[in-house]
Ligand binder design. Structure first.
Ligand code: NAD
Ligand code: TYD
Length: 350
């Protein structure tokens, strides 16, 4: 059946891969990308689909009720995949309210717009909310996050995402909206804004700048290649059971320091540098406030019930990622000019 899907945050890192996948895989669908184009949104990420007949872009803020009403009506939206968010933990520490505004208020605004537009036929339309494993808090003694793990968010970012997840489930329960939620581990890959660990380290190695590792670098993250997350979102959107939650992860845990060392070694090879050159740039800096120790997803449910699993091994994904950044110097220099420099100086002091 033909669908007109509103994808929010489609100009961001993950959203751009989801938009590209849906536009190319489902020519019978119309994809309306709604994005406010904050510092993290970049239409260059969507060059491959910008002229596709089934792709449309709307510059709008999810906090703007009138704009949402207009967009639902204008495009006769049938379904929503909601990714728009403030997404960086460090920024949430310095400006928590920005996260409340977009992630909590913006999500509730979007739920209201969908509910209003779909009134009388809520059961025919899906509201898919894309969330993070960070809502479950921090693991200290082994174990994994399951869909049943109680929420225990520890940063303003994860608290705002947890609140938005709760609102989505509350709308399903109270108004009988058809919703589904997925909680994914850390993504990496092309189009990743270089404020996050992997692209920041790649960019700094390239420019022979210090590689800031928070604390002792012992914190553990479970990394998933972004196109595998986009495939998982496709799977959940089409096969997920309404009302359910699906955890998505890479079965791929790494300590930060080990990832940084791996990037150093691979980039020395690729840039023809003396082995060990980049490792000398590693600089242990003050730890992030309230830094979550370990995230690890148990993705058995989506694997068993919906048949999704990661397609790429980390070694392969990281090679593709480094090559992409080395081949897309212009993208990197454009996104790291201007406001990025100010952010970097304020956060890292150099
Ligand atoms: P991102 O920061 O790269 O992109 C966010 C996008 O949302 C940008 O294009 C931005 O312009 C847009 N946006 C921000 N505020 C907006 C607003 N008020 N109205 C409309 N658009 C707005 O984020 P990402 O890493 O692509 O993450 C996308 C989603 O996936 C988020 O909901 C995030 O919580 C979730 N997630 C991210 C990861 C990860 O590792 N990056 C992991 C799990 C879940
Ligand atoms: P990040 O990419 O910001 O993702 P998240 O905080 O959502 O997991 O950070 C990944 C890990 O890397 C996290 O433990 C914090 C750490 N980190 C650094 O050590 N140095 C940095 O400069 C950044 C940005 C992150």
């Amino acid at each position: 059946m033909s669908k007109i899907i509103l994808i929010t945050g489609g100009a961001g890192f993950i959203g751009s891969h989801v938009v590209q996948l849906f536009v190319t895989k489902y020519p019978e669908y119309t994809i309306v990308n709604l994005d406010a184009l904050t510092y993290a949104g970049n239409l260059e990420n969507l060059k491959s689909v910008e002229n596709a007949p089934n792709y449309l872009f709307e510059k709008a803020d999810i906090q703007d009720e009138a704009a949402l009403d207009r967009i639902f009506k204008k495009h006769k939206i049938t379904d929503v995949i909601h990714l728009a968010a403030e997404s960086h933990v460090d920024r949430s520490i310095s400006d928590p309210l920005a996260f409340v505004k977009t992630n909590v208020f913006g999500t509730v605004n979007l739920l209201n717009a969908a509910k209003k537009y779909w009134i009388g036929e809520l059961e025919k339309h899906l509201f898919y909310h894309v969330s993070t494993d960070e809502v479950y808090g921090s693991l200290h003694d082994g174990g994994f996050f399951l869909e049943t793990t109680p929420y225990d968010p520890q940063s303003p970012y994860s608290a705002s995402k947890a609140a938005s997840d709760h609102f989505v489930r509350a709308y399903a329960n109270t108004y009988k909206m058809k919703t589904v939620v997925s909680n994914c581990s850390n993504n990496y890959g092309p189009n990743h804004f270089p404020e996050k660990l992997i692209p920041l380290v790649i960019n700094n190695i390239k420019n022979l700048k210090p590689l800031p590792v928070y604390g002792k670098g012992e914190n553990v993250r479970d990394w998933l290649y972004v196109k595998d997350h986009a495939r998982a979102i496709d799977t959940v959107f089409h096969k997920g059971v309404p009302g359910e939650t699906y955890n998505i992860g890479g079965f791929n845990e790494w300590k930060n320091i080990d990832i940084v060392r791996l990037l150093c070694q691979k980039m020395d090879e690729k840039l023809g540098r003396e082995p060990g050159t980049s490792e000398k740039l590693i600089t242990f800096v003050q730890d992030r406030a309230g830094h979550d120790l370990r995230y690890a997803i148990d993705a058995t449910k989506i694997q068993k019930e919906l048949g999704w699993e990661p397609s790429l091994q980390f070694e392969e994904g990281i090679e593709i990622t480094i090559d992409w950044y080395l081949q897309n110097e212009e993208w990197l220099s454009r996104v790291t000019s201007g406001a990025y420099q100010d952010y970097y100086k304020e956060h890292y002091g150099n």
